[in-house]
Design a protein around this ligand. Structure first.
Ligand code: SOE
Length: 382
């Protein structure tokens, strides 16, 4: 895709790397990168082979060579960095969750609406080709009216009380952690596939480790499994390690979501099963090239990702032939491809082809309803 847009990367951790690789594969130029210190900027610029190591966010905002800012910093920085970039006339692709509160995300929606720029949130899991295929099959009526949607998103990188990351602290990641960090991926995905909106929630959350050991210095996302833990200090934790959420959708469908970051052996496992009047669909992010199609009166199907076997919409997100598996990193590439193509097409009033700030805000509103439901032990209607 010939694209003349140039990006700046904010954040040098796991997501900074994932965004850099995806942009490189799209041929999008990255002019510079900003870390939490000038030294981190320099290290990342060298590691990723990026031209410029910024020394401040102001330098990014005033860089006329940059049209798009990718925000991959911890959640507490999203509001200020996204609002300033939009007000500086830059397009923004912000990591999820969009902000720390619905008040912040609502303000970001207002700023994005009033600015002549494009603002997206990286709900990348929408862009696995077989999730696009699942959406196509719902849209054609092949599945029938949706009766139920259930599933989970489970990981094990925070299983031990000695596992640590900024996300476990409410004042750095927000009051909800597992739900906001990975639960919103699942909620965004199933609402996008089915076109159904969550109407009410009933939640039961748990902090499995009310005390965690914080190492001296930062611990990158997922890196705790391979990093030697240095001297630590005990800290109190209030954020959720796991939780169950009952769901009612507008139109009558119901469902449930199980979220956990303390499930041994589940590395990064999102699953859904959507049951309709005619057929059912099921998918697992750890085997993303296979979509299960359930039938009542004929053998069930296992659809292998193959451009010759899917809808036009799914085919547009496939680069490699069947059997040449595509996965996690490809979903970033396809999400960013949609985002940059939208900008290049130039009609910002056209329906969005990517997750918008409004989508990101809706997820934060959902999170606050889930936390309210958990605290008050009752159903909460949005
Ligand atoms: C950590 O839970 C994390 O990196 C999430 O923040 C990402 O959104 C997800 O894609 C993988 O796991």
């Amino acid at each position: 895709m010939a694209n003349t847009l140039t990006a700046a990367l904010i954040g040098t951790g796991f997501m900074g790397m994932a965004h850099t690789e995806a942009l490189r594969r799209l041929g999008i130029r990255i002019h510079g990168i900003l870390g939490s210190s000038p030294e981190k900027s320099r290290q990342a610029a060298t590691t990723f082979g990026i031209e410029k190591a910024y020394t401040s966010y102001d330098e990014v905002l005033s860089d006329r060579a940059v049209q798009v800012v990718h925000i991959t910093t911890p959640n507490r920085f999203h509001f200020e960095q996204a609002s300033q970039a939009l007000q500086a006339g830059k397009h923004v692709l912000c990591e999820k969750p969009l902000a720390m509160t619905a008040e912040e995300s609502s303000t970001l929606v207002d700023i994005a609406t009033k600015s002549d720029t494009v603002a997206g949130v990286n709900y990348n899991i929408r862009y696995y080709p077989l999730n696009i295929e699942a959406r196509s099959r719902v849209q054609t009526g092949e599945i029938g009216d949706i009766y139920s949607i259930y599933g989970n998103y489970v990981q094990d990188w925070l299983l031990y009380p000695t596992d640590y990351n900024w996300r476990v602290l409410a004042d750095e990641g927000g009051l909800l952690r597992a739900v906001a960090d990975i639960g919103t991926h699942w909620l965004d995905l199933v609402q996008t596939i089915t076109g159904l909106e969550v109407e009410s929630v009933c939640a039961n959350l748990k902090t499995v480790h009310p005390i965690r050991q914080r190492p001296k210095g930062e611990v990158e996302t997922f890196s705790g499994k391979t990093q030697d833990i240095e001297a630590t200090e005990s800290i109190d934790i209030q954020t959720d390690d796991s939780g169950a959420i009952l769901l009612r959708f507008k139109g009558g469908a119901h469902g449930s979501l199980w979220v956990s970051q303390v499930t041994a052996g589940r590395k990064n496992c999102l699953r859904y099963e959507i049951a309709g009047a005619k057929r059912a669909l099921a998918w697992n992010s750890e085997q993303p090239n296979d979509l299960w199609v359930g039938h009542r009166n004929e053998p069930n199907e296992s659809l292998i990702r193959d451009p010759g076997l899917v809808s036009d919409a799914a085919r547009a997100t496939i680069t490699y032939p069947g059997g040449h598996n595509e996965g996690y990193d490809d979903s970033f590439k396809q999400c960013f491809k949609a985002f940059y193509n939208y900008i290049t097409n130039g009609d910002y009033s056209a329906p969005a082809t990517f997750p918008t700030f409004t989508d990101g805000h809706n997820e934060i509103v959902l999170c606050e309803a889930i936390l309210k439901s958990h605290r008050e032990e009752k159903w909460i209607t949005l």
